[in-house]
Design a protein around this ligand. Structure first.
Ligand code: GDP
Length: 453
């Protein structure tokens, strides 16, 4: 996702490096490059136009600053404008004052609604909520069964019109009345004291009036606290039309981008919030229940600009960590103490529990340049890294600066790797450590991340 956009933007900024001052012509050339990169990434034309104009205007107006060179100032502006079109601040679910909180899902068939229903229920359950899923998608053959399967996997009950589904609640509903199912599902949740209800609705392959009417009727019947419009990030330029149709036909309070794990060009993500004025709230990044994240516009912008995504990294690590470890780690960062190789080793072992190292590596700052390496990443690399760290003495793990040439050779021998591998790990680690230091110093995201590359 966003790989080629990210590469293009990074290359554009690289051209600016080493310039003392940017002329109007430099800025115009840069803005032109950015515009082309966004268009090629399938970002909607009006969004690109507005974005480019804002960047140009701000770049022309920048004062010469002691802290940032002109290239960094441009990156900073682009970053801020990206955050802006991605919706600004992170928006979390609005929970109803009087439960149940009613969440309705809408979107085209195949957008990923049912999958999302399971992921959302799973995440909410993990936070101590007691969600109920309601199968109001009676259009698609198998939709009810699919939701039941998802619900079972997530360990939450489902209110479904088909008696006999596993884990399903038996209710006597006439098949074909999704509005009735939705209404009864919400009443059932209230009765059984579920504090969140997630209502899955039917989608069609294309936008059509009957679909919109049904969704609007469901909305009117259950007065949801949130209507989440789920959109497949891979649909490219169509995203804007689809989103606009749903906005007019049903209206929604937030957007969920699904299939962000794909290699789509990402234009949908960069257009939908801006065009609809509704925030992107969640991202779905795979077929597993846990492939799901709260969408943070600032972090996504950081990823696009290849500044890495250390915050998400820490959060995911925390999720995999046991509570004690997470606390120790957080305290360390807060106190401005250095993150050591010993911590890194523990973290790596924890992360392995989360599955793919590839995903994690992709979030490290500066990894854009190493994308090919990451794509061809061999999970056995983790074994090698672990072996290298294990071959270090505790003193070396705490303070890698003492690892001189002969120590490197010894570590390489001990781990059955090469000095080059040891050097690479130490370099990479030094970069991560620097990032962590900046974060703790600034009390949050670094004000100005280092230039990519
Ligand atoms: P619905 O028709 O909107 O309910 O869509 P589904 O939830 O049935 O999803 C359609 C297909 O997309 C299924 O094969 C899902 O497994 C797949 N899918 C859903 N979300 C994601 C995602 O985030 N990443 C990937 N790779 N596939 C997804």
């Amino acid at each position: 996702m966003f790989n080629s956009l990210s590469d293009r933007l990074t290359a554009t900024f690289k051209n600016l490096r080493g310039r003392g001052r940017l002329s109007e012509a430099d800025i115009d050339a840069t803005v032109r490059e950015i515009r082309r990169a966004l268009l090629d990434a399938d970002v909607a034309v009006p969004v690109v136009r507005e974005f480019a104009a804002a960047v140009r205007e701000r770049a022309l107006g920048v004062e010469v600053s002691g802290a940032l060179n002109p290239a960094q100032q441009v990156v900073k502006i682009v970053n801020e404008e990206l955050v802006e079109i991605l919706g600004g601040a992170t928006r979390t679910l609005r929970l109803a004052k009087v439960p149940p909180t009613v969440i309705m899902l809408a979107g085209l068939q195949g957008a990923g609604k049912t999958t999302l229903a399971g992921k959302l229920a799973h995440a909410l359950k993990g936070q101590g909520h007691t969600p109920l899923l309601v199968a109001a998608d009676l259009q698609r053959p198998n939709a009810v069964t699919q939701l039941s399967v998802v619900a079972e996997r997530a360990g939450v009950p489902v209110f479904a019109p088909h008696p006999g589904n596993q884990g399903a609640v038996d209710v006597d509903i006439v098949i074909g009345d999704p509005v009735g199912v939705a209404r009864d599902g919400v009443a059932y949740a209230r009765d059984k004291q579920h504090d969140v209800v997630i209502v899955d609705t039917a989608g069609r392959l294309g936008v059509d009036e009957a679909l919109m009417r049904q969704a609007a009727d469901i909305r009117a019947a259950i007065s949801p606290d949130e209507v989440l419009f789920v959109i497949d990030a891979m649909i490219g330029q169509d995203a804007v039309n689809t989103a606009t149709a749903f906005l007019e036909g049903v209206d929604f309070t937030g957007v969920v981008l699904s299939k962000l794990d794909g290699d789509a060009r990402g234009g949908a993500a960069l257009s939908v919030a801006k065009v609809t004025g509704r925030p992107i709230m969640f991202a779905s990044t795979g077929e597993k229940l846990t492939d799901f994240e709260v969408f943070h516009p600032d972090r996504m912008a950081g990823r696009i600009l290849d500044m890495g995504d250390v915050l998400t990294l820490i959060e995911q690590a925390e999720r995999a960590f046991d509570a004690d470890q997470a606390e120790r780690m957080a305290a360390k960062v807060a106190e401005g103490k250095d993150f050591t190789l010993a911590d890194f080793l523990v973290q790596m072992q924890q992360m392995r529990k989360m599955g793919s190292m590839k995903k994690m590596l992709g979030m490290l700052p500066g990894m854009g340049q190493m994308r090919e390496a990451i794509d061809s990443f061999d999970e056995r690399e983790v074994d090698r890294i672990e072996a290298i760290i294990r071959s270090m003495t505790p003193g070396e793990r705490e303070n890698p600066k003492i690892i001189n040439g002969s120590r490197r050779a010894r570590i390489a021998r001990g781990s059955g790797t090469t000095t080059t591998a040891v050097n690479q790990l130490l370099d990479r680690f030094a970069g991560a450590q620097k990032m962590m230091r900046q974060m703790s110093r600034g009390g949050g995201v670094p004000g100005m991340p280092p230039m990519p590359g």
